[in-house]
Design a protein around this ligand. Structure first.
Ligand code: PLP
Length: 382
C-alpha cells in the first residue's frame, strides 16, 4: 500500500520531489498587499489590513466580531480569559489535540481535564463528557459546576475540531448547558468547516482560529478570536491591545491587558489568502475525494467528514489496521519523499500534563496508535 500511495501522491502533485504534509500557497494578491504595507511604512500594529482582515473573517464565518491576534495560541489564551477561566479552575478538553490547546489554559493557571473523543469526529465526545461529569462533578447552590473531590470549578469545555472535522456541537452544547460550563471552541484547524451549515467557531461565546504556516490559509503567524456578541468583541479587542483607554496622548490602561495584536504586515497576507480560500477549500475537498476512492476497499480507512458537517479537510488522515502497519507505512513513505506522520501523542503522556485528571480514553488511544496524516496541500493544477 505505501508504494502505491507514493506513486498516487506523486501523480496528484505532479512531482518526484519532496511532498510536505501541508505547504502554504501564494498565487493571489499576497505580494501586492505585503508590498503596500512596506511602501506605506504601516507594517506594525496599526493599519488598514488588520481591520480588513477582521471584516473578511466576520463576513465569511458570520461571527459578530473577529479580533486578529499574533497567533492561534494567543487567540485561545484570550478566549479562555474572556470566558472567565481563572487560576485554579478546571478546563475540560481532549487528550487527542495539539499541545497549544493545553498550553493556553495552563498559562492561565488552569488545569486540563481530559475526556475521550468521538469516533465520528475525532473531537470531544458528548457522551464521554456527560459520563465524566456525572462521575466527577456536581452543581452547587449558585448553579456552578464543581469537582466532587477537589471542589475546583469546571469553568470551560474546549472541544477541538480535529483536522477540520466539526465536533458534535448540538450534543456538546446540551451537556455544557446542563452543567453550566462555558463552551470555547479550539477552531484553530477548522477555518472553512461548517456544522449543519454554520461555521465552526461561532457556537461558543469565544473561539480561536490559527493562521500558522501549515493551516488552511496563513499569515506567516497569526490567529483570530471569534466573539459571539459584538460587545464581548469590543472588550476582546481592548484586552488584546493593552487595554489602553483611547486618548490623543495620555497613557491610561484600565485592566491588565495583552499585547496580542497581529501586525499589519501579516494581516496583508491574510487579506490576500482570504480571497483564495474558497478555491483552496474546493481543491482540498477534491483531493479528499480522490484519497477516499484510492483507499476504498483496502485495509486502510480514509477518515471522512461526519454526515452533519462540511469539513475543510485540513489534514487528510487514514486509520491503519494496526500500529505495526502504521509504523511501516510512515517509514516507507517518508523514505520515498512523501511526508506522512502519526497524530500527536496524547496530552497526558507529556510530562507537564501526566497528572491531569481524566476519564477513560479508549477511542483516543486507538486513534493515537493507528492514525496517519497524508499530504494535504491544495492541489494547484492551473
Ligand atoms: C495550530 C493549532 C493551534 C495554535 O495555533 P498557533 O497559531 O500555532 O499558535 C491551537 N490548537 C490547535 C489544535 C492547532 O492545530
Amino acid at each position: 500500500m505505501h508504494n502505491k500511495l507514493v506513486k498516487f501522491v506523486q501523480e496528484i502533485y505532479e512531482t518526484k520531489e519532496f511532498i510536505p504534509l501541508h505547504a502554504p500557497t501564494f498565487t493571489g494578491n499576497e505580494k501586492e498587499y505585503v508590498n503596500n504595507t512596506i511602501e506605506s511604512t504601516f507594517v506594525s500594529s496599526v493599519g488598514k489590513y488588520v481591520d480588513q482582515f477582521e471584516h473578511q473573517i466576520e463576513a465569511y464565518t458570520g461571527t459578530a466580531k473577529a479580533i486578529a491576534t499574533v497567533n492561534g495560541t494567543a487567540a485561545l489564551h484570550t478566549s479562555l480569559y474572556m470566558a472567565g477561566v481563572k487560576a485554579g479552575d478546571l478546563v475540560i478538553t481532549q487528550a487527542l489535540t495539539f499541545v497549544a490547546t493545553c498550553n493556553a489554559l495552563y498559562h492561565m493557571g488552569a488545569e486540563p481535564v481530559f475526556v475521550d473523543v468521538s469516533k465520528v469526529s475525532l473531537g470531544l465526545c458528548p457522551k464521554a463528557l456527560h459520563a465524566y461529569l456525572e462521575d466527577n462533578a456536581f452543581i452547587n447552590n449558585d448553579g456552578l459546576c464543581q469537582d466532587k473531590a477537589t471542589k475546583k470549578f469546571y469553568r470551560a469545555v474546549v472541544p477541538m475540531h480535529t483536522f477540520g472535522h466539526p465536533v458534535e456541537l448540538d450534543e456538546l452544547i446540551a451537556v455544557c448547558v446542563k452543567w453550566n460550563i462555558a463552551l470555547v471552541e479550539d477552531a484553530a484547524e477548522s477555518l472553512g468547516s461548517f456544522y449543519k451549515g454554520q461555521h465552526t467557531g461561532t457556537f461558543g461565546d469565544f473561539s480561536a482560529i490559527s493562521f500558522n504556516g501549515n493551516k488552511v490559509i496563513t499569515t506567516g503567524g497569526g490567529g483570530m478570536v471569534l466573539c459571539k456578541s459584538f460587545d464581548d468583541g469590543m472588550h476582546t479587542k481592548h484586552v488584546t491591545t493593552t487595554a489602553k483607554v483611547p486618548h490623543p496622548y495620555e497613557f491610561f490602561h484600565d485592566e491588565a491587558g495583552f499585547n496580542y495584536r497581529l501586525p499589519n504586515l501579516n494581516a496583508a497576507l491574510g487579506c490576500a489568502q482570504m480571497e483564495v480560500l474558497p478555491k483552496f477549500l474546493q481543491q482540498k475537498r477534491e483531493l479528499a475525494q480522490q484519497y477516499s476512492n484510492f483507499f476504498a476497499g483496502s485495509e486502510f480507512t480514509f477518515f471522512t467528514e461526519p454526515d452533519y458537517a462540511k469539513s475543510n479537510y485540513w489534514l487528510n488522515a487514514i486509520i491503519c489496521p494496526n500500529t505495526e502497519m502504521r509504523e511501516t507505512f510512515i517509514k516507507e513513505t517518508n523514505a520515498q519523499g512523501v511526508m506522512t506522520r502519526p497524530i500527536w501523542k496524547l496530552m497526558h503522556r507529556l510530562p507537564m500534563f501526566e497528572n491531569a485528571k481524566r476519564g477513560q480514553l479508549p477511542i483516543s488511544e486507538w486513534i493515537e496508535s493507528c492514525l496517519v496524516n497524508i499530504p494535504s496541500s491544495p492541489v494547484n493544477n492551473g
